[in-house]
Design a protein around this ligand. Structure first.
Ligand code: PBG
Length: 339
């Protein structure tokens, strides 16, 4: 339905019309907004299914679909169910999924040693996905948090997350993940030197074609809460991650951190969380020209779902608006639970 076209002279004194014309110099922005067809013609950014990466949670067992309380509509799935869901996603045209394991508590330890097991949950998921849904890209996170008994992303020694030892382990874990068939390795633990170390380890193991999507700028954010519930680290985590994630106050530092990842060989960059950090997306795209992805994280998803459930916002429209905002901010795609 077309809105009635405004006839500017009707009911207007010449004085008012002249004032507006004088102020605008006859430049009226609303001309391009006047109808659906003009709006479509001038639309600068579009969201398509090609922009989406779907993050999924994997649990042990078979035929398990276990809802995440703080993320309505999101469930942890056993590998058999994940394969079915991934097939559906591929049929819809979603290019890639990102897998996050909820590892058996008995397998978690101080150093996250299960991250190196060839048949651990995340690697078993990758193998199943590659066997049954080869057309979808598989992106795996190499941080240690799903595997550690303390919920930190690295190895904890005397209360400190030790950098170099963690880097050595995640580089090895990355090779194990690539051996399982991962297409892209996504380091999310913000250790120094990790991208270069992973690149070298992958190349040494003959995995030249496996890419690295660096969580280049990952902020010490309060928006990760529901995710920690989903992978079962929420209750475990002692302290916070401020000694390795970036302070939400710092934009220039984030750019410097991303620059190092670019030098070390990252193929794609990620900004996380998403919406509160659109300025970082834009600056990164502008600075490096590499593909930039935003991770619309669990807390961002939960906010929208909660407000929509209360009838306070139109959830679908807010979802689409946020996703389009990422495109406008220069992102090439979005990791989103809405995928
Ligand atoms: C940690 C990791 C986090 C997320 C993905 N990998 C954050 C954390 O718990 O510190 C968060 C994703 C989300 O909130 O949706 N390696």
């Amino acid at each position: 339905m077309q809105p009635p076209t405004e006839t500017p002279n009707e009911g207007l004194s010449d004085v008012t019309r002249n004032i507006v014309d004088e102020i605008t110099g006859h430049r009226r922005m609303r001309r391009n907004r006047k109808a659906d067809w003009t709006r479509r013609l001038v639309q600068e950014n579009r969201l398509t299914v090609d922009d989406l990466i779907w993050p999924v949670f994997v649990v042990p067992g078979t035929n398990v679909v276990d809802p995440v309380a703080a993320m309505p509509g999101v469930s942890r799935m056993s590998i058999d169910r994940l394969v079915g869901a991934a097939k559906e996603a591929a049929d819809l045209g979603i290019p890639a999924i990102a897998t996050f394991p909820n590892v058996d508590m008995a397998l978690r330890d101080e150093t996250g040693s299960n991250s190196l097991a060839a048949d651990n949950l995340i690697n078993a998921a990758t193998r199943a996905l590659k066997a049954h849904v080869p057309q979808i890209g598989v992106i795996t996170d190499v941080a240690l948090d799903p595997f550690t008994s303390h919920g930190h992303d690295g190895i904890l020694r005397d209360g400190v997350i030790v950098n170099d030892e963690t880097v050595e382990q995640i580089a090895r874990a990355a090779v194990v993940q690539a051996d399982a068939g991962a297409d892209i390795i996504a380091p999310s633990e913000m250790m120094d030197g990790r991208v270069g170390a992973i690149r070298r380890a992958l190349d040494d193991a003959g995995h030249q074609s496996v890419g690295i999507m660096s969580y280049a700028t990952k902020f010490a954010s309060a928006f990760y809460g529901p995710y920690r519930e989903a992978i079962g680290t929420g209750g475990l985590l002692k302290g916070d991650k401020k000694t390795y994630y970036i302070d939400p106050a710092n934009g220039t530092e984030a750019l410097r951190d991303a620059a190092l990842d670019v030098e070390e060989g990252a193929d794609m960059l990620m900004v996380k969380p998403g919406l509160p950090y659109l300025d970082i997306c834009w600056r990164m795209k502008d600075a490096f020209g590499l593909p930039v992805f935003a991770y619309q994280v669990s807390g961002e998803y939960a906010q929208i779902k909660a407000a929509a459930a209360n009838g306070w916002i139109d959830g679908d429209r807010v979802m689409m608006e946020t996703l389009l905002a990422f495109k406008r901010a220069g992102c090439d795609g979005i990791l989103t639970y809405f995928a």
